[in-house]
Design a binder for this molecule. Structure first.
Ligand code: HEC
Ligand code: HEC
Ligand code: HEC
Ligand code: HEC
Ligand code: HEC
Ligand code: HEC
Ligand code: HEC
Ligand code: HEC
Length: 386
């Protein structure tokens, strides 16, 4: 029986070879597809299905986070770099599945409410967010970085990755995310981890007020070298620039509600600061403008700006995908990336200000016009490079 099979194979050697190759490729492909599929957020959603923030809502909170927007996926953070790191994350997934079937709902909630200390350790964040951190990890990671395209993490080579995403090197720059803040001073002198301050990153409902309180509480005890609560401008660099109408090269439009012209400072609007209420609402507009209509102006500014930002975020995703495709086809995209980087830096300036144009409506509109024009320009440039 076996010999007739072998005989048949020998006689049809070409056919046999082709059949084997197809089999191996198909089998490998299916395996990789399974690995791929079980790494996607949609898969995690099966067991982490809640809406909003906090335990069980990890997929939904991620979807609404800056990391989600930028295409940083679950296993980019919850899996270590390299093929071995990826494999280890997959084994961890098997443990998840086993526990899903064996522990109670309450036990699961208990685990998710107390994430372990070393879940996404600081060095892992630094892999993407600093150049030195990236280099060190790349040099010491055992085994190959990647086999096939599985996730963003394995292609992260800094400074290129960082620059293309419009990110600062947090260990060397002291102007990050719109705030004047020296990471290396704070991390090294006070032995803080990323999660001590970025406890809201991706999943948790921590408010910016908690974060500011954390800073000013320590500074209050730290003496005069550290900025105190009334030194708004020292920390909030981007909001100052937005109010002054500077910060973006080539466009300059000061707010009519700030500075010498209007004889106004931050605390004229931020009147609740001494009571720990930092963020004013639309109610604050009528402190100075008698007409109730000014509340509607606030809402109208905020609504139209966030709608515009949403549209631009979608274009960003489309453009970045087109650029990566063009890179894969080895087209000359250097100039197009430059246009793209400029646009996302400008977009980020508006997002970092965080007020949806309340600080300076005219300036914000001008910046978003520039972003839109740069995106258009990049698509045109992309059509013309080969
Ligand atoms: C079959 C259900 C299931 C799926 C699918 C699933 N998880 Fe989980 N996950 C669990 C359970 C149950 C726990 C709590 C027990 C544990 O720690 O394994 C958990 C815990 C976790 C933890 C916390 C571990 C800790 O030590 O605190 C992380 C992180 C996590 N999952 C990430 C993911 C990611 C990322 C995916 C998708 C790639 C995913 N999970 C898919 C069921 C699942
Ligand atoms: C930028 C990195 C990053 C990304 C991307 C990310 N996470 Fe997390 N995740 C964390 C950090 C850090 C923690 C630790 C707890 C905290 O600080 O919120 C965490 C905690 C968790 C936990 C433990 C329970 C909890 O709620 O704290 C689960 C489960 C989890 N993540 C699942 C996911 C899933 C699923 C995705 C993709 C949809 C994802 N994470 C994407 C960084 C990330
Ligand atoms: C795979 C690379 C990668 C990893 C790992 C990663 N990040 Fe990020 N991070 C990014 C990218 C890309 C952005 C840019 C998002 C955007 O376009 O605004 C970002 C943005 C941020 C921001 C600014 C936006 C925000 O959410 O406030 C902070 C803060 C941040 N990351 C902190 C962290 C921390 C803390 C960790 C570790 C728990 C981490 N990152 C892990 C790639 C990464
Ligand atoms: C003492 C508090 C503190 C610690 C510790 C800390 N950060 Fe930050 N980080 C900040 C503040 C403040 C900002 C700027 C305002 C904001 O975005 O919240 C910031 C901004 C960032 C940004 C945004 C940069 C950008 O260009 O948009 C990233 C990324 C970031 N931090 C990563 C990290 C990582 C990674 C770690 C751990 C190695 C870390 N941070 C530790 C306070 C801290
Ligand atoms: C553990 C205590 C502690 C925490 C928490 C802390 N700081 Fe500081 N910070 C200090 C001390 C001490 C100094 C003075 C250091 C010096 O100049 O020698 C300082 C200095 C500064 C300075 C002035 C030095 C410089 O970089 O120009 C800024 C700005 C600053 N901190 C911002 C922040 C922000 C923003 C946060 C919150 C995200 C924060 N700090 C959280 C202790 C802290
Ligand atoms: C020591 C640095 C520091 C000083 C001084 C400071 N802030 Fe902040 N503030 C922060 C940080 C850090 C955050 C959190 C930013 C983030 O997470 O994006 C913050 C957050 C805020 C928020 C957002 C609050 C929320 O819950 O949405 C407002 C509004 C604000 N600050 C206004 C002010 C005003 C007005 C002053 C001056 C009276 C001031 N801050 C002084 C560091 C500072
Ligand atoms: C004309 C009034 C006005 C002036 C002047 C003003 N602000 Fe604001 N600011 C607001 C309002 C209103 C909000 C809340 C916007 C919202 O909720 O969308 C806000 C929000 C903020 C936030 C939170 C941003 C975020 O990321 O959520 C910070 C920080 C801030 N202001 C800092 C400052 C600083 C620093 C100055 C001085 C340079 C300043 N503001 C001047 C009205 C003002
Ligand atoms: C502390 C006082 C103060 C607060 C609070 C304030 N403004 Fe103003 N506003 C001014 C001054 C001063 C001017 C410039 C002089 C002028 O033309 O009336 C101005 C001008 C304006 C203008 C253009 C001129 C006009 O009168 O139509 C608009 C629009 C405006 N403010 C909207 C708002 C909105 C929306 C808020 C709430 C976020 C707000 N203002 C909060 C003081 C204030």
């Amino acid at each position: 029986m076996l010999t007739t099979v072998f005989d048949w194979c020998k006689r049809h050697i070409v056919l046999f070879t082709i059949a084997s190759v197809i089999f191996v490729v198909m089998f490998g492909f299916i395996n990789i597809q399974i690995l791929h599929m079980t790494s996607e957020p949609e898969f995690c959603h099966l067991c982490h299905p809640a809406q909003g923030f906090g335990p069980l809502a990890e997929v939904d909170s991620w979807e609404h986070s800056a990391h989600g927007d930028a295409g940083v996926s679950c296993l980019d953070c919850h899996g270590r770099p390299g093929v071995l790191g990826y494999a280890k994350a997959k084994l961890g997934g098997l443990k998840d599945t086993y526990l899903q079937l064996t522990i109670s709902k309450e036990e699961k909630l208990e685990i998710l409410s107390n994430p372990s200390e070393d879940l996404v350790p600081s060095w892992h964040c630094l892999y993407c967010h600093s150049d030195e951190g990236n280099q060190t990890v790349r040099e010491t990671t055992k085994g190959p970085m990647k086999l096939v395209n599985m996730r963003m993490l394995d292609d992260v080579v800094n400074p290129e990755f960082r620059e293309r995403k419009g990110l600062a090197d947090i260990m060397t720059d002291d102007f990050v995310g719109g705030t004047h803040f020296d990471h290396s001073l704070h991390i090294e002198d006070f032995d803080l981890t990323c999660r001590d301050c970025h406890f809201g990153v991706v999943h948790n409902p921590a408010t910016a007020t908690d974060r500011m309180n954390f800073c000013v509480a320590c500074h209050a005890d730290a003496g005069d070298d550290a900025p105190q609560i009334n030194d708004c401008a020292v920390c909030h660099e981007v909001q100052v620039a937005m109010n002054e109408g500077t910060g973006i090269e080539g466009i300059e439009i000061p707010s009519m509600m700030y500075g010498d012209a209007a004889d106004m400072t931050c605390t004229d609007c931020h009147t609740g600061v001494t009571k720990g209420i930092y963020r004013p609402s639309s109610e604050s507009c009528t402190d100075c403008h008698e007409d109730e209509e000014y509340k509607e102006i606030f809402d109208e500014w905020a609504a139209s700006t966030s709608a515009r930002i949403d549209v631009l975020k979608d274009i960003r995703v489309e453009l970045e995908a087109a650029l990566l495709d063009a890179d894969a086809a080895k087209r000359g995209t250097d100039d197009v990336w430059k246009t793209y980087e400029q646009a996302i830096l400008n977009l980020k300036f508006v997002r970092n200000d965080g007020t949806h144009s309340v600080h300076n409506n005219e300036y914000t509109e001008a910046i978003l016009d520039a972003v839109e024009a740069d995106f258009k320009k990049a698509f045109i440039q992309l059509d013309s490079v080969w």
